[in-house]
Design a protein around this ligand. Sequence first.
Ligand code: SF4
Length: 312
Amino acid sequence: MSASPSSSTGHGTGAGTGPGTGAGAPPHLVADCSRCAGLCCVALPFARSADFAVDKPAGVPCTNLRDDFRCGVHDRLRETGWVGCTVFDCAGAGQHVVQDLYGGRDWRSHPELADEMFAVFAVVRQLHEMLWHLDEAARRAPSSLVAEVSDATARTVALTSAPPDALRALDVAAHRSTVGPVLRRVSAVVRSVAAVRSRAPRGSRRAARDYSSADLIGAPLRGADLRGVDLCGAYLLGADLRDARLDEADLLGADLRGADVRGADLAGALYVTTMQVAAARGDARTTLPSRVPRPGSWGAAGPVPLPAPRRR
Ligand code: SF4
């Protein structure tokens, strides 16, 4: 998926500032395909489906990958059946593996390194995803949790620079089980503050606050007030979230494939990833966290509407 995540999802373009441009993301967690060696286009397997035009086993280069590690169909991925490539994001793992761990060597020039490099990439990608979330946790953690977030971040960063043998042997799930609770503790505090702020008027219907791991596939949530709601691990495939308010909602690991987020407010949502957003359907009115790039297919962000004047 070389060169596709980068520009399809807005990564690496350096364009624009403000909410939803990706400008707020730490550079080392943003995919830079120009410094990678097409790792995702080789290391990962594909199954022929609505997302990929062909079957491809892991470790075999995609036939569209050019000699310069660029994608030969980059400008027409969706039209040619490679939608999955427009959604994928390595969170900067690709360039870290090639440049930092292997000193710029690549699997073509050094085929003896290929298997190891692909295995290392799979591990580092998961670590970078954890760092992406920890970066947000650090920004939003109350002072009582700052040290805990810093510790989890330091331990994860150290792992990303471990020798290849150690990375291959790493029990990623075990490490994740130490990071996840930290993320969730920060979420609980942020959501509790939001819950107070978004208290609904007496007699009105309020959204339930815990939808963690809930089956919300195709759920009619248009215009719902989901501020501060726990949607961690929720299945929101194809859900109607048009114009929904998701400030401080926890979207850690939520499945947003095909969810309709046109007009939804995701700017203050917790733990949103580039892949989640790229897999959803938004428009120019959808607001996103500043760290997350706006998919090109959504159109440019529209002007922020002014609040209605208060009547005396
Ligand atoms: S079509 Fe192939 S070369 Fe192009 S981004 Fe997808 S996997 Fe990579």
